[in-house]
Design a protein around this ligand. Sequence first.
Ligand SMILES: Nc1ncnc2c1ncn2[C@@H]1O[C@H](COP(=O)(O)OP(=O)(O)OP(=O)(O)O)[C@@H](O)[C@H]1O
Length: 328
Amino acid sequence: MTPGPALQATSLFKSFGSVQAVQDVSLTVAAGETLALLGPSGCGKSTALRCVAGLDRPDSGRVQVGGRDVTALPPEARHVGLVFQDYALFPHLSVLENVAYGPRRRGAARPVAHAQAREVLDLVGLSALETRVPAQLSGGQQQRVALARALATRAPLLLLDEPLSNLDEKLRAELRVGLRDLFHRVGAGVLIVTHDQREAQALADTVAVMRAGKVVQQGAAREVFTRPATAWVAAFLGWSNVLRRGGAEALLVPEHAARLGVGEACPVTARHLTEVGETVTVVHPLGPVTLHLSAREAALVGESLRLTLDPAALLRVPDDLPDDQENA
Ligand SMILES: Nc1ncnc2c1ncn2[C@@H]1O[C@H](COP(=O)(O)OP(=O)(O)OP(=O)(O)O)[C@@H](O)[C@H]1O
C-alpha cells in the first residue's frame, strides 16, 4: 500500500521572468481521490501541474508522491501517469505498444504488459485499433490512447491536463462516467486540470480554485460549488446572482433562496428562451436577479414577477471582484 497521500505538494513557487505563475500553492490528493484544479486561463494551473510532474522545476517548494520526495527527480523517475497536450505518443509504436510501454518499463513481462494494456484500451473503447500507429488515429483517439497509457502505468498518481478536450460531447459524457469508476477501481490519486465545470463536478471529490497564481479556495467539491468563499469564486463558478453591495461584501443567491409568486412585485428587465424554459432578469430591492424558470413558471411571468429572497439562504461573502465588474 502507498505510504502517505498520493500527492503532497507543499508551497510551490514558479516564476517566468517577471510573471509569478505559481505562488505558494499547496495541494494534497489522497489515494483514490480526484482533485480538480480550476481557474481562468493563465492563472497557473498547467504550471502547477507541470511542477508536480517534473516537467517544470519549481523555484521552491516540495513534491511528494506516495510519501516519497520526488522534488529533485526527473519526470520518468516520479512514477506518475501523465496525460498532457505536449506529452506525445511514440509515433513508431502501435497503440498496444504505446500503452504497454509503462508496464514494460517497470519490468512487466511482455504478455503481462499487453494484458494490462488491453484492459485499459477496452475501457477507453479502442480495443479494435490496437495495431494502428498514432498517425492513423484521429485527435480524439490519440487522446484516449494517452489516457490509456497513463492508466496502464498503475502509478499512485495520475496527472491529467484537459484530458477530454479533443473529444466530442457524447464521448466526453461516456468517458466521464467510465473514468470516475475506473479512478476509484485503480485507487490512484488523480490531479486533473479542466476548463469544463461539468467534468469537474462529475469527476472530482475535491476542488482547488486558482486565481493569479494562488489557490483561493480548496475543499470538498460539493462544498466549493455550493458555498463559494468569495464573490470572485462564485462568479468564476458560474453563479448567476452575485449581488454587489457597494462595500466589502457581496450576497450570493442560491437557487433555493428564491420564492416565486410571493413578496414584492419586481419589474422584469430581460427574458431569454432556453432549451428547458426561460431565463428572466428582475430588479429586486437587493439588486438585479436572474432566474432560470421552467416553461410552466415562465408562462406566469408578465411585466413583473413577485419574488422573495429567503434572507437565511443568502450567502454573505467578501467582495473581491474587480471594481469595474458589474453585478456578475
Ligand atoms: N514557459 C513559459 N515561459 C513564460 N511564461 C510562461 C510559461 N509557461 C507559462 N507561462 C505564463 O505563466 C502564467 C500561467 O500559465 P499557465 O499555462 O500555467 O496557466 P493556465 O491556468 O494553465 O492557463 P490555460 O488554462 O490557458 O492553459 C501565464 O501568464 C503564462 O503566460
